[in-house]
Design a protein around this ligand. Structure first.
Ligand code: NAP
Length: 291
């Protein structure tokens, strides 16, 4: 029986690891801040003392970490992933990072005889809980095939997008679009209010036609109520915009609207909204008033 590991038990990682544990997989977990594995222990998972121990005790280890710095940090040092990496072992990084980070970790893993797959995800807390994420894998085909039984517990759509780096690229493009949609929604709600329209009327109009989408439907209502309970931390959305802009620069692609959106997210960060949901962007929009 394949032994699985999971490193990074934040909003997404804890829900994803719980799905693997509920499926009855042999699972070992670790999180930098202790205590986050308690619920998983109740589901039958083993909590390890370090990332190294997770890899040592697993055939395939998944990671779901904040950003490129975190993805690299768990790999390094005596207690890190690489210290236990060896032939026959697989490492699947599902964090949202840039292509260079994915390639650098792949190089370090393969140098020790292991196999690497990148597999960032689209979908937030609820899809993570429901096992209905969209998984954007790229890289090692053999590890992809070996990971499928677990990936199928985590996602409703699983794609293999080609060579390592393409998963990160696709994820950054998708989140660049999403960040701009959120900025558009927040400014639209602000303009509706400022010009004397009813914000609920705006949301009804948006939902009735070609602009209808699950994100506007869900977040529009929550923004109206001022409920910014975190599903997707705003600081991670700004990180994704920053990385998408860098990808644009590397690709020679001008990104005017994304650059402006990034400035708005930077303002939200400066207002101390980094750990709130990314819909708290509304609070950074001039003139935004909750009805
Ligand atoms: P989160 O709740 O902030 O969790 C981040 C995780 O990274 C925590 O386990 C944290 O450990 C760990 N971490 C941070 N810095 C670290 C370091 N230096 N060394 C070791 N561990 C470190 O974030 P999340 O929402 O689960 O997101 C995780 C990743 O998925 C991010 O790349 C995000 O962009 C992406 N993502 C998120 C969503 C979403 O809706 N939330 C959707 C799709 C993709 P501690 O507990 O010790 O801080």
């Amino acid at each position: 029986m394949t032994r699985y590991g999971f490193i990074g038990l934040g909003i997404m990682g804890s829900a994803m690891a719980a799905n693997l544990a509920r499926a009855g997989f042999d699972l070992t977990v670790w999180n930098r801040t202790p205590g986050r594995g308690a619920e998983l222990e109740g589901l039958g998972a083993t909590v390890a003392a370090s990332a190294r121990q997770v890899v040592a005790d697993s055939d395939i280890t998944f990671a779901m970490l904040a950003d490129p710095a975190a993805a690299r940090a768990v790999c390094d040092g005596d207690a890190g992933v690489l210290a236990a990496m060896a032939p026959g072992k697989g490492y699947v990084d599902m964090s949202t990072v840039d292509p260079a980070t994915a390639l650098a970790i792949e190089e370090q893993v393969t140098r020790r005889g292991g196999a690497f797959l990148e597999a960032p995800v689209s979908g937030s807390r609820k899809p993570a809980e429901e096992g209905s994420l969209i998984i954007l894998a790229a890289g090692n085909r053999d590890l992809y095939d070996r990971s499928l039984p677990a990936l199928e517990r985590l996602g409703k759509k699983i794609m293999h997008l080609g060579p390592t780096g393409n998963g990160a690229r696709m994820k950054l493009v998708v989140n660049m679009v999403m960040g701009q949609m959120m900025a558009g929604l927040c400014e639209g709600m602000a303009l509706a209010g400022a010009s004397g329209l009813g914000v609920p009327d705006l949301l009804e109009v948006l939902d009735a036609g070609a602009l209808a989408n699950p994100m506007f439907r869900l977040k529009g209502g929550l923004i109206q109520r001022g409920d910014f309970t975190t599903s997707f931390p705003l600081k991670h959305m700004q990180k994704d915009l920053r990385l998408a802009l860098a990808l644009g620069e590397q690709s020679g692609q001008p990104l005017f609207a994304a650059a402006a959106t990034n400035e708005l997210f930077k303002r939200a960060l400066a207002l101390g909204l980094g750990t709130a949901d990314f819909s708290a962007l509304a609070s950074a929009v001039d003139g935004f008033r909750r009805p």
